[in-house]
Design a protein around this ligand. Structure first.
Ligand SMILES: *[C@@H]1O[C@H](CO)[C@@H](O)[C@H](O)[C@H]1NC(C)=O
Ligand SMILES: *[C@@H]1O[C@H](CO)[C@@H](O)[C@H](O)[C@H]1NC(C)=O
Length: 198
């Protein structure tokens, strides 16, 4: 068998063995639903004062969603403002989270968060990938293998690996940066065309 033929068969097999990609939400079409995302801000904790809301933004020319956040850090610098969506996903066949976004306002630093096995609450780790929102619309690619366990803003050593088979929540958060070099506060707007898994 020629090498090219063999290559084509392998590529065909790879594409047939998975769904290749799907939208978590496509806000640029009617397939996206902002109501399925709930606020996840530090107001769930004592002393928290931040705020977030995801709203649809549509004109006769386009539609998308905007995540508005207000980061109001406590004296220690802790602040979180964002949204989460409950899901039931098996991501074993997938590699990346993709976001088509643009950032406005006072900061560009966000984190994408994955939770697994119905483990919620501040005492259990989240799997986190930090990202920078671009000034103009771009597709940001976050490899699922690069997500790391974090607890209240700090990396967790020896955490169990993310169970890709049993993903139960996805989130997008703006952070105050209590344990990282970058400090952020004030008002931000993250414009989102879509969130895809591929
Ligand atoms: C969006 O989700 C909400 C909450 O589940 C639901 O009530 C509403 O019907 C959904 N809208 C569309 C257009 O699917
Ligand atoms: C996901 O994890 C939860 C908690 O351990 C468990 O109850 C549930 O059955 C798991 N779901 C799948 C699809 O494995």
């Amino acid at each position: 068998m020629s090498v090219i033929k063999y290559f084509l068969i392998v590529v065909h097999w790879m594409c047939a063995s998975c769904l290749c990609e799907f939208f978590v939400d496509d806000f640029s079409s009617h397939a996206g639903n902002t109501s399925l995302w709930n606020e996840l801000s530090d107001t769930v904790m004592e002393g928290g004062r931040s705020k977030a809301i995801l709203v649809p933004h549509s004109t006769d020319k386009f539609q998308r969603a905007v995540l508005f956040t207000l980061l109001d850090p406590q004296s220690c610098g802790a602040a979180i403002a964002g949204i989460k969506k409950l899901v039931e996903l098996d991501l074993t066949e997938y590699k990346d989270i993709q976001l088509r976004i643009r950032g406005r306002g006072q900061y560009r630093g966000y984190e994408f968060v994955i939770r697994h096995k119905n483990q919620f609450g501040p005492k259990l780790p989240s799997y986190v990938h930090f990202f920078e929102a671009p000034d103009d619309f771009e597709t940001i690619i976050l490899p699922i293998s690069a997500f790391e366990a974090y607890l209240q803003g700090k990396p967790v050593e020896n955490a169990a690996p993310l169970d890709k088979k049993n993903v139960t929540a996805l989130g997008i958060l703006a952070y105050g940066g209590v344990h990282v070099h970058r400090k952020q506060q004030g008002v931000g707007a993250l414009e989102i065309d879509w969130i895809k898994i591929s």
